[in-house]
Design a protein around this ligand. Structure first.
Ligand code: UD1
Ligand code: CA
Length: 465
């Protein structure tokens, strides 16, 4: 879909993100706070990109270097296909002042869609309808508004007795009657650029912080003979502007629900969506089951017919078809098909498990490969190891991979049988089909097929009574 309008008018999208976000009380710029596993600003940029405009501008200011870096480095990962023009607002003197800085960018387009970097829940459909409404109404400015049960903190929409939009009044300047209005300004607007340019030049400092409010443009445009219209969003949820961490938590919840709805409609089951937490880009295959306490983060992909949870934390990992992961943590790893992980396993970064492997009760695996059908069922630590297929690692076995200075590798070849409570002092290699007796401390390579015993022989001393 292309949102340029049927007449081929050019569209520029401008996202305001220069504000400090004082109310977040954070060293991190507000728009970089993550929601659903990605910085807030990525949602606005993705939405802008989906509108296929002629240009996307991002006004940056407070900690602009951090915002620029994050956007430049992650643009591809966020799926952005269009370039982003950064516009610098040196001093943050209001949303109107921010747009004023962007005039050289905006002037190139007939229509300007201005939105705020702190509204990550806005949907494509709503913004698309706003643009369409704007074109159809032939208005010079069209606001996206919503009815809020609790409008606190938002600019209120003042309408005439006939229902025409007159102006936006910010809360700090609203009379008691105006404060009672439940229709609010979303912070997203469509402007005919030529009139916006004229209006911006007339903005005066307002409010307790003497800021130039973009919202004042509405009245100025009308004074100049322009027409103002409003498009009422289908609900109030999506226009949530994030000013505090309380809003952040609210947005996280909404996004989580949306993600789970997407997954459930594509064939996954979440038995209790309110207690299942899934980042926005996570994929879950058909007929997989997410049990309560499941947390899926980042770029995680779960295959088909898996059983995840209860209480599983999986981050930036892929899980093949028909796996089961319960009461466990998996990070930056690949679990191949038909594996069983948990309960109480910790799969640390750089691991590849399976297919058909088992990592069980209280076992930790770090930067290791566990081969086809191999088992680490109980109380083991396997670090920096390559374990081939059909290996059995007995309870309590430890790879001693660290000599206090460097990490070393353990190699266990196919069909080896490691007895319980074995220490494998790396670097060390256990040959194909070898057996290691329980309680051994192995410091030298074990040849193929050998039985290795490295423990003190049992002595039974009979005591005289
Ligand atoms: C703003 C609107 C309000 C609306 C609400 C919706 C104004 C004056 N008020 O209020 O009517 O209901 O959004 O969420 O616009 N920004 C800059 N440079 C600045 C100041 C702000 O780029 O100098 C950016 C911020 O980064 C933010 C956006 O503009 O993305 C809005 O600023 P914010 O301070 O959050 O305004 P609100 O008080 O929420
Ligand atoms: Ca805001």
């Amino acid at each position: 879909m292309n949102a340029q309008g049927k007449s081929g008018h050019s569209l520029g999208v401008l996202i305001l993100a220069a504000g400090q976000g004082t109310r977040m009380v954070s060293a991190l710029p507000k728009v970089l706070h993550p929601i659903g596993g990605r910085p807030m600003i990525s949602y606005l940029l993705r939405l802008a990109n989906a509108l296929k405009p002629s240009g996307i501008g991002l006004v940056v200011g407070h900690h602009e270097e951090l915002v620029r870096k994050e956007v430049s480095e992650s643009a591809k990962a966020w799926g952005l296909t269009r370039p982003v023009t950064f516009i610098r607002q040196k001093e943050q003197t209001g949303s109107g002042a921010a747009v004023l800085e962007a005039l050289p960018f905006l002037r190139k387009f007939q229509t300007a869609l201005v939105t705020c970097g702190d509204s990550p829940l806005l949907t494509f459909d709503t913004v698309y309808s706003l643009l369409n409404g704007h074109a159809k109404d032939k208005a010079q400015v069209t606001l996206l508004t919503a009815r809020m049960p609790n409008p606190k903190g938002y600019g209120r929409i003042v309408r005439s007795p006939l229902g025409e939009v007159l102006r936006i009044v910010e809360e700090s300047q609203a009379t008691a009657k105006e404060a009672g209005i439940s229709e609010v300004n979303s912070g997203t607007y469509c402007f005919e650029t030529a009139l916006l340019v004229e209006a911006l030049k007339q903005l005066k400092p307002q409010g307790p912080k003497r800021e130039q409010y973009l919202t004042d443009c509405l009245e100025i445009i009308q004074r100049k003979g322009g027409r103002a219209a409003a498009y009422l969003a289908p609900g109030h949820e999506e226009i949530l502007g994030i000013n505090t961490r309380l809003h952040l938590a609210q947005a996280e919840r909404v996004l989580n629900r949306r993600t789970l709805e997407r997954l459930m409609l594509s064939g996954a089951t979440a038995t209790d969506p309110a207690h299942t937490y899934v980042d926005a880009d996570v994929e879950v295959g058909q007929d997989s089951l997410l049990l309560p306490g499941t947390i899926l983060r980042g770029s995680t992909k779960i295959g088909r017919q898996c059983r995840i949870g209860p209480n599983a934390y999986i981050e930036n990992s892929s899980v093949g078809n028909e796996c089961s992961i319960s009461f466990s943590q998996v990070a930056d790893s690949r679990i191949l098909e038909k594996c069983s992980v948990g309960p109480f396993s910790n799969i640390r970064p750089g691991s590849v498990i399976g297919p058909r492997a088992k990592v069980g009760n209280f076992s930790e695996v770090k930067a290791s490969k566990i081969g086809f059908g191999s088992k680490v069922p109980h109380l083991s630590y396997v670090g920096d190891a390559e374990v081939a297929e059909d290996v059995n690692i007995g309870a309590g076995t430890i790879t001693c991979n660290y000599d206090g200075v460097e990490k070393h590798k353990t190699i266990i070849e196919a069909k080896a049988f490691i007895g319980s409570n074995v220490n494998l002092v790396a670097p060390v290699k256990v040959g194909k089909g070898a057996t290691i007796g329980a309680g051994s401390t192995i410091t030298e390579d074990v040849p193929e097929g050998a039985l290795a015993l490295a423990r003190a022989q049992q002595v039974n001393k009979l005591r005289k009574s």
